[in-house]
Design a protein around this ligand. Structure first.
Ligand code: F6P
Length: 500
């Protein structure tokens, strides 16, 4: 069967009524739930049926998902437009043995540097000021915020925006002589990061810090550029070119996370991710969490034409997960051409958005329940709380999370007053974590990475390049270098008014 025939078969499957989907299917819950890596995945409140699952497995076969997955793990050049492998799994010990061994060597180097900082080789370090943007910030920020906020080890600030207000805020909290500057950039050329790094150096100099460059650690796939900038080779922590920016938190880019959590916890994060790697690589598609999640994504994007999907973390520890996923999913799969450069035959990545429960219930849930858009919702909650307050807090949090999923699905009729009617039939997935631990968080993030990859294969696109971000950067550089020339009247006027 080819791809088109597989899609035709999917489109022919009847669309089930969600409200009554459990009524005639006593086995539905067990058929559409799966526990892996401390996470219980529940797709039972989606439109997925056993027949649809089979049709999607046909699609996966037609698109060569088994082969593509193996090529990914073997370290083949799956990033076809750039002729590169995508080897983030090697960072956690999975995949091509040579890449795994290279990653291990680099991790040992990272660990030795962390030991040196802890052993006061840099004097008394209390503050870690990490500058980086995109994949060089979002992953570490998520981990530090979820697991390192109360570790009592180092006070970590991760500054990404070029808006000086962001850096100023971190500087106001930190003592320059007790600060380690961590410059994270795969390319070591990113404007925002290099300007922020330079401003931190100036701040240190103005405070009389001796040898500020001696307090810099560089995390990069371009070590020679970091050295040119002034970082001594012994303080450069390299990672491989084949580790994509948004997949890099497992490499030396995870340095601030390892500092905040401690090395053992960082290793547990890698181990949790590795367990998810093995699951994705080996499990049958009918029982494969990232693959099933991708089937559901494809169904809503292409059959139900949903343009967005929403992720709500019912756990304060995971409050940065939606913004992390925005880069992972939209930068990876927000494309319009196939791997061969042909126009894609349907919508690609939906817009990922979301927030934190229960806050979001009082802001955006109106639209989810009664708006004219159908938005597939993903709820993420943990059985164990992240605090020691009255258990009523956590009970209320979880009750609300589960109530929302039920309400979206079942709705409520109101013949007398349409404004008070809830259409129901609205899909949701729930990911219930045993707890938010390094291991489980590692598994969760790896699940999202592989789901993104599986989606890309089903759509026949390359998830590992990001040329879409280049044009705007290029234009900004040309304005900075040569001044505004030849733009439309609106752009010319804005530059003139604001920059003179
Ligand atoms: O502009 C997008 C991007 O290239 C991301 O893919 C990347 O994570 C980010 O910029 C930062 O890049 P770098 O790590 O090279 O500074």
């Amino acid at each position: 069967m080819d791809r088109k025939a597989a899609w035709d078969a999917i489109n022919k499957e009847p669309v089930p009524e969600l409200k009554s989907i459990f009524a005639n299917n006593p086995d539905r819950l067990s058929a559409f739930t799966l526990a892996k890596g401390g996470i219980r995945f529940d797709w039972s409140k989606t439109h997925l049926t056993p027949a649809l699952m089979d049709r999607f497995v046909d699609l996966a076969d037609a698109t060569g998902l088994v082969k593509a997955r193996e090529a990914l793990f073997q370290g083949e050049a799956v990033n076809v437009s750039e002729g590169r492998a995508a080897e983030h799994m090697a960072e956690r010990g999975e995949g091509n043995p040579e890449s795994v061994s290279r990653a291990k060597t680099l991790h040992n180097r990272m660990r030795a540097l962390i030991d040196a900082v802890e052993g006061e080789a840099f004097g008394s370090v209390r503050h870690i000021l990490h500058v980086g943007i995109g994949g060089s910030a979002l992953g570490p920020n998520l981990i530090v915020d979820a697991l390192g906020r109360h570790s009592g080890r180092y006070d970590v600030a991760i500054v990404s925006n070029v808006d000086g207000a962001a850096l100023e805020e971190a500087m106001a909290r930190f003592d320059p002589s007790a600060t380690l500057l961590v410059v994270a950039s795969k390319t070591f050329t990113t404007t925002e990061t290099m300007l922020n790094a330079q401003s931190v150096i100036t701040w240190m100099i103005e405070d009389g810090v001796d040898d500020p460059y001696g307090r810099v650690i560089a995390l990069t796939a371009s070590p020679e550029k970091a050295m040119e900038w002034g970082v001594d080779e012994t303080r450069v922590l390299p990672f491989g070119e084949s580790v994509g920016g948004r997949y890099s938190l497992w490499s030396s880019i995870g340095f601030p996370a390892a500092m905040a959590l401690g090395w053992d916890a960082f290793e547990s994060l890698l181990e949790g991710a590795a367990a998810m790697d093995r699951h994705f690589r080996l499990a049958d598609f009918h029982k494969n969490a990232p693959v099933i999640a991708a089937f559901v994504d494809q169904y809503y994007a292409r059959v139900m034409q949903c343009q967005t999907r929403a992720v709500f973390a019912y756990d304060e520890r995971l409050r940065l997960l939606p913004s992390y996923l925005q880069q992972l999913e939209m930068e990876s799969n927000g494309k319009s051409v196939t791997k061969d450069g042909k126009p894609v035959d349907g919508p690609t990545a939906p817009i990922t958005w979301g927030g934190v429960g229960t806050d979001a219930q009082h802001a955006v849930f109106q639209l989810l329940h009664q708006g004219s858009h159908i938005v597939p919702v993903e709820f993420i909650a943990a059985i164990e709380p992240g605090h020691s307050l009255d258990p009523a807090h956590h009970d209320t949090l979880l009750v609300n999370c589960f109530a929302q999923g039920a309400a979206l699905m079942q709705g409520r009729e109101n013949a007398d007053d349409p404004a008070r009617a809830y259409p129901g039939n609205r899909p949701s997935t729930t990911l219930l974590l045993d707890d938010v631990t390094p291991e489980i968080l590692g598994a969760l993030i790896a699940f999202y990475e592989h789901r993104t990859f599986a989606n890309a294969v089903l759509m026949d696109i390359n998830p590992f390049d990001q040329f879409g971000v280049e044009l705007g950067k290029e234009i900004a550089r040309s304005i900075e270098k040569d001044g505004p020339k030849g733009f439309d009247p609106s752009t010319m006027a804005l530059i003139e008014l604001a920059l003179g």
